[in-house]
Design a protein around this ligand. Structure first.
Ligand SMILES: [Zn+2]
Length: 477
C-alpha cells in the first residue's frame, strides 16, 4: 500500500501543473481515461478540462468503438464463409460413396474438427462484439465522467464528514454492522435458494465442484470471515465451481458460488474479499428474493436445460451455442444475474456500497473491489471478463458510489491488501485446476465428438478446453 501511494504521488506531481500553464489537451484526457480508477481517485482533483474536451473525447471513443464493431463483424462474416465451405465439403464427401473408406473417414474427421474449432471462435467473437468490447468502452467513458465529477463529490463528502454528519448517509451506521437491520427474515430465503440449487443440479447446469480440499477450505474460511462482518443472519454456504467463466454469484439464503476462473484472476486477497463481500451484500439485502418469482426461476432453468439438451442431441451444429451457454465465458452465472439482479440498478449500487463496508469491516482494503473491477473491464481480448459485467448499471454510477463509500468509511491503517495465505492458495489452486481438468478427460461421457488436436497458436488459449471434443455430460458430484 505504501508503494502504491508513492506511485500515485509521483504521477500526481507530473500531471498537476499550476493552473496558469495547465493548457491540458484532449490528448492528455484520453491518456487519463486509460489509467486505473484508483489513480483517478487521486488525480481527478488535480486536473481540469473544458466541457468541449470531454465532448471531443466522447466522440473519439464512439468512433473507435464503431470501428472495432465493424472489424469484429467482418471477422464473424469471414468465419461464416469458412464454415460454409467446410459444410459444402461434407456434402460432397457424402456424395462420393454410401459409406466411408479409411481415407474418407480421415478427411471427415479433419473437417469435423475444423468446424468445431471455427464454431467456437465464432461464438467467442460474437460475445466479444456484443458484450466484452462495449464494456471496455463504457469503462473509459465512466472514467471521463469520473474525472469531471469526482472532485466536486469529494469536496461535498469531506464537508459532510467535517460537520459530523457522515452517518446520515444511507447505511451510514457502519459501526453497527451485524446489529443493525438492513433487511428482515433472511432465513425465509433459504428454502428458495435450496430449490434453485437443486434445480441447477437436476438440469445438470452446474459445472463440477473443485475437489482440492485445502483450496476450497481457504475460500470458505475467507467467505465466512466476511459473512461475520456483514449483515447476514443466515450462514454462508460456499461452493467452488471448476469453470473458466470469471464469475461469482449468490443465491438467496446464503448460497455462494465462486468459479475457479474468478479465483485465478484475483491478484490479492483484498480483490477476492471485495468480490465476495459484494455477493454477500446481495444476500444481506435480500435482493435476490425481492426480484425473484419462483415461476421465473423455474422457467429460467428450463430454458437453460433445453439449450443444453439441444446441444447434447444435435451435436456439432449447436456447438457455438453450447460454448456460449456454459463452455466458459457466458454461463449460468450470467444468465442468473441478468434475470435476477442485473436489471436492477438500485440493487447493484447497494451491493457495491455494502460490499465496500463488509470488506472494510473484515479488515480488507475496500479498494480491492475497484482494482478487480477495473482489471476485468480493461481486460485485453475483452471476452474473458464479459460475464463479470453481466449487470451493468452504468459503470460511472457504480464506481462513484463505491468511491464515495470508501471516502466515508473511517480510515484505518491496518487494512490488509494481501496475505501469504492467499499466495499459497493461488499456487494450490493452479495445480488443482490443472490436475482435475486432466482427470476429466479420462472420465467416460455419453457421447463424444472425435478427438481433435488443439490448434496451434490459438489466440484465446485460456478459454479453450484441453481438446475440442464436445462434453455432453456434466460430471455430477
Ligand atoms: Zn451484483
Amino acid at each position: 500500500m505504501a508503494r502504491l501511494s508513492i506511485q500515485i504521488l509521483a504521477v500526481a506531481m507530473t500531471v498537476s501543473l499550476p493552473a496558469s500553464e495547465a493548457s491540458v489537451t484532449a490528448a492528455s484526457l484520453s491518456q487519463l481515461v486509460s489509467r486505473p480508477y484508483l489513480d483517478l481517485l487521486e488525480l481527478a482533483p488535480t486536473v481540469s478540462f473544458k466541457p468541449q474536451e470531454f465532448e471531443t473525447l466522447r466522440k473519439d471513443l464512439a468512433k473507435q468503438r464503431d470501428a472495432e464493431t465493424e472489424r469484429l463483424k467482418k471477422e464473424e462474416t469471414d468465419l461464416d464463409g469458412r464454415l460454409q465451405t467446410l459444410r459444402d465439403q461434407l456434402k460432397s464427401l457424402n456424395k462420393e460413396a454410401s459409406s466411408d473408406n479409411a481415407k474418407m473417414a480421415d478427411r471427415r474427421k479433419t473437417v469435423h474438427c475444423e468446424i468445431l474449432r471455427l464454431e467456437k471462435a465464432r461464438a467467442e467473437k460474437r460475445v466479444e462484439r456484443e458484450h466484452g468490447m462495449p464494456v471496455a468502452f463504457d469503462n473509459k467513458l465512466a472514467k471521463a465522467d469520473l474525472i469531471a465529477q469526482w472532485p466536486a463529490q469529494k469536496i461535498e463528502i469531506d464537508r459532510i464528514i467535517a460537520e459530523g454528519r457522515a452517518r446520515e448517509r444511507r447505511f451510514g451506521d457502519v459501526e453497527d454492522i451485524g446489529v443493525r437491520k438492513i433487511s428482515t427474515d433472511q432465513e425465509k430465503d433459504i428454502k428458495l435458494g435450496e430449490e434453485a440449487v437443486r434445480n441447477m443440479k437436476t438440469y445438470s447446469l452446474m459445472p463440477p465442484e473443485l475437489e482440492q480440499k485445502e483450496a476450497v477450505a481457504y475460500v470458505r474460511s475467507l467467505a465466512e470471515r466476511i459473512a461475520l462482518s456483514s449483515d447476514m443472519t443466515v450462514p454462508v454456504k460456499v461452493t467452488v465451481l471448476r469453470s473458466k467463466e470469471i464469475n461469482a454469484f449468490a443465491m438467496p439464503g446464503g448460497f455462494l458460488f465462486i468459479n475457479t476462473g474468478l479465483l485465478e484472476k484475483a491478484e490479492s486477497e483484498s480483490e477476492l474479499a471485495g468480490v465476495i463481500a459484494h455477493e454477500l451484500a446481495h444476500v444481506s439485502a435480500r435482493h435476490g428474493s425481492k426480484m425473484l418469482k419462483r415461476a421465473t426461476l423455474a422457467n429460467l432453468f428450463l430454458q437453460s436445460a433445453q439449450i443444453a439438451a439441444i446441444v447434447a442431441t444435435g451435436g456439432i451444429a449447436s456447438i457455438g451455442m453450447y460454448y456460449a451457454m456454459q463452455g466458459g465465458f457466458f454461463g449460468l452465472g450470467m444468465l442468473l444475474d441478468l434475470s435476477l439482479l442485473g436489471v436492477n440498478r438500485k440493487f447493484e449500487a447497494e451491493a457495491d456500497q455494502l460490499g465496500a463496508q463488509y470488506a472494510w469491516r473484515a479488515g480488507y482494503d475496500p479498494r480491492g473491489f475497484i482494482t478487480f473491477f477495473d482489471k476485468m473491464a480493461s481486460e485485453k481480448g475483452y471476452v474473458q471478463s464479459a460475464s463479470f459485467f453481466r449487470t451493468h448499471p452504468p459503470f460511472f454510477e457504480r464506481i462513484l458510489s463505491t468511491f464515495s463509500e470508501i471516502e466515508y468509511l473511517p480510515k484505518s491503517e491496518a487494512l490488509k491488501v494481501d496475505t501469504t495465505d492467499f499466495r499459497e492458495f493461488k499456487q494450490r489452486l493452479a495445480d488443482a485446476v490443472k490436475k482435475e481438468s486432466l482427470s476429466d478427460k479420462k472420465k467416460p461421457t455419453l457421447k463424444r465428438e472425435p478427438e481433435c488436436d488443439e490448434p496451434q497458436g490459438a489466440q484465446t488459449g485460456a478459454l479453450l478446453p484441453a481438446s475440442c471434443g464436445v462434453y455432453v455430460t456434466q460430471t455430477e458430484e
